[in-house]
Design a protein around this ligand. Structure first.
Ligand SMILES: *Cc1c(COP(=O)(O)O)cnc(C)c1O
Length: 389
């Protein structure tokens, strides 16, 4: 056994090379990767434009800290701001750090603007927001908190899509923010209802409660837009992002309305590595590709095709199809582990979510031939389990 913590249950696979939608195992087998890490390598492995940007930046400048101006960080902020709702950006290194920062903003906003009277945050049952103390406390899934109690007591987890429960919490008058995932990634591809989101958004705007959207998994193309909130016709106060932002180079970010972001004044928050040159160069290259004309349209079309075919494969079986665009998956009650292992034996990588769901996340750059190949492997794996016979 190596000198590594035993905090991960790893699959018995060791990848040594990646290209596009393909991974090569140490034993020489090639896999079709419909996981992209966990929706991180959304442009496929070693995307040439991103690799080139990383190489070029690595030869020029990698780190100076946030003691000094950083032009590429400023350019990236401007571009992300334009892709979103025109807010200001803070950069860190992971999803948990992005949520941590967003929740600190909510706390200081409630404390300063409402004399300490607003300090609670509403999140959803079954949500996932990260593994730091603040973010595991925000997380609705009990298994993430287990053994780490006492957690922070400023969170309440309401039922998804239950506006009545939302109202009874906010009416207590001490709520600073609500933090939501639009599609629960870790929670098993549960899509939020548009009506609920619109009602919450309108209430928040009216009573100055901050609406924070955790777009760490939904962001960067998986739903067919840079940010998933664009599909819902609402505007949040804060969004958090990470995973796909730099195609595998660690980075997290928070976008907040300027009047909200201003509450994190000089010296109140920071990150040594956050927004460094290398990660920013990678993120700029990701945006170059994702904002190309027609790119997201193509993702939506491929997603529709793929989900349509999944529905055909599993028509009138115990398996149901979930998700949107290329944030897709299937629910296989009681057979999640077995199905994933079957797929792996057939050289296809997919990833678990919740207890019964399998996330199928092809790279956004996947070809129709690769989608068909993956569909054939999914069908084969299902048949080997006696599903769809
Ligand atoms: C992955 C994820 C996080 C945590 O991100 P890390 O980079 O692992 O800290 C938080 N929220 C959501 C929705 C995620 O998918």
């Amino acid at each position: 056994m190596s000198a590594i913590f035993q905090n991960y249950a790893r699959y018995p696979l060791t990848f040594v090379k990646g290209e596009g939608a393909r991974l090569t195992e140490a034993d020489g087998r090639t896999f079709l990767d419909f996981g992209c890490g966990i929706s991180v390598v959304n442009l496929g492995h070693c995307h040439p434009h991103v690799t080139q940007a990383i190489q070029k930046q690595a030869e020029t400048l990698i780190h100076t800290s946030n003691l000094y101006h950083n032009p590429i960080q400023e350019q990236l902020a401007d571009r992300l701001s334009r892709c979103g709702f025109g807010g200001d950006l803070f950069f860190c290194n992971s999803g948990a750090e992005a949520n941590e920062a967003a929740l600190k903003i909510a706390r200081i906003y409630g404390n300063k603007k409402y004399e300490g009277k607003r300090n609670r945050v509403i999140t959803l049952q079954n949500s996932f927001h990260g593994r730091t103390y603040m973010t595991l406390s925000a997380t609705g899934q009990e298994k993430v908190k287990k053994g780490f109690e006492p957690t922070m007591d400023c969170f309440v987890h309401i039922k998804q899509n239950d506006f009545g429960e939302f109202l009874s919490e906010v009416k207590k008058g001490d709520v600073a923010a609500v933090m939501l995932e639009l599609i629960q990634g870790e929670g098993g591809l549960e899509l939020i209802s548009r009506d609920f989101l619109v009602e919450v958004s309108e209430y928040c705007a009216k009573y100055d409660i901050l609406l924070i959207l955790d777009e760490i998994q939904t962001g960067f193309g998986r739903t067919g837009d840079i940010f998933a909130y664009k599909h819902f016709g609402i505007t949040p106060d804060i969004i958090t992002m990470a995973k796909g932002i730099a195609n595998g180079i660690p980075m997290g970010a928070v976008m907040a309305r300027r009047e909200v972001a201003e509450y994190l004044s000089a010296g109140t928050h920071g990150s040594t590595f956050g927004g460094g040159y290398l990660a920013c160069a990678a993120a700029m290259a990701v945006l170059d590709v994702m904002t190309e004309r027609g790119f997201m349209q193509d993702v939506r079309e491929k997603g529709d095709y793929f989900i349509g075919k999944l529905n055909e494969i599993f028509y009138q079986t115990e398996v149901t199809v979930h998700g949107t665009a290329l944030m897709s998956g299937i629910k296989v009650p009681g057979k999640q582990k077995e199905f994933i292992e079957k797929c792996m034996n057939n050289n296809l990588i997919v990833i678990p979510a919740g207890n019964d769901v399998i996330r199928i996340y092809p790279p956004l750059t996947v070809t129709y031939e690769e989608l068909d190949e993956g569909l054939a492997l999914i069908k084969k794996s299902a048949a080997e389990m006696g599903i769809g016979e």
